[in-house]
Design a protein around this ligand. Structure first.
Ligand code: SAM
Length: 228
């Protein structure tokens, strides 16, 4: 199963009008506003279906959305057309961004870590620091999957339609294969496992942490300034 199939199965990522997606936006909006007081130019990196790009555009920011998945970009562009949005959605890889140095006031990186192996996340952080202006902010939201793994292995229902039927970490718990099950079908997706400490250590190479909020037991929003 590809990530695209996985995302299309979950409205929380693919349908910006669904209750699940709206809930993600409602939970994050007050925190984003706390750390994004000045308006400016935003890179929504790994923008997916674009819900956070549209939120920030509505709040007066100039937004560019970047994703490396043609499928996710087609969803975002479709929603943009419906909404009459001016957000520019660009296909690019977080490890090699097609922007000049010091272009953005903010980089949003929301819920994307599971896609990145350590070397790739290092490259992506370097790129984020490069394209941020001095004093610009990286807003990073992630789930501590390392801490969540034991909870998942005990069995936890997610969403209304799917539940987790198997959690199979590799030997070193660097990745985990998760099987999702519904009445009709089941599928498996492999995620990279990131713990909070490892994320912070890697980010520290290029950034200085200036803020953190706990969103729920295993999910964090962190704010970083590039070291430049
Ligand atoms: C869980 S989705 C999150 C989307 C969006 N940030 C949100 O919160 O709704 C992760 C996104 O990261 C994108 N992605 C994964 N690897 C990427 C890469 N190397 N460069 C750019 N985007 C990437 C995926 O295509 C997917 O759309």
């Amino acid at each position: 199963m590809t990530f695209e199939e996985y995302y299309s199965a979950f409205k929380a990522y693919s349908d910006i009008y669904s209750d699940e997606y709206r809930k993600r936006i409602e939970n994050l909006e007050p925190l984003l506003m706390k750390f994004m007081k000045e308006k400016g130019k935003v890179l929504d990196l790994g923008c997916g279906a674009g819900g956070f790009s549209f939120l920030l555009e509505d709040l007066g920011f100039t937004v560019v959305g970047v994703d490396n998945s043609e499928y996710m970009l087609s969803l975002a562009r479709g929603f943009a057309k419906e909404k009459g949005s001016k957000v520019e959605f660009i296909k690019a890889d977080a490890r090699e961004l097609p922007f000049e140095d010091n272009t953005f006031d903010y980089v949003l990186f929301i819920d994307n870590l599971v896609h990145f192996e350590p070397l790739d996340l290092g490259k992506a952080f370097r790129e984020m620091a490069r394209v941020l202006k001095p004093g610009g902010k990286l807003i990073l939201q992630f789930t501590d999957l390392r801490a969540l793994l034991p909870v998942l292995m005990n069995g936890q229902v997610i969403g209304a339609e799917y539940w987790i039927s198997k959690v199979l970490p590799d030997k070193d718990e660097k990745t985990v294969l998760i099987e999702f099950q519904s009445e009709e079908k089941s599928f498996r997706v492999r995620f990279n496992v990131w713990g909070k400490t490892a994320v912070e250590l890697l980010a520290k190479l290029y950034f200085q942490k200036v803020g953190e909020e706990k969103i729920n037991e295993h999910t964090y929003l962190q704010v970083y300034l590039p070291k430049k």
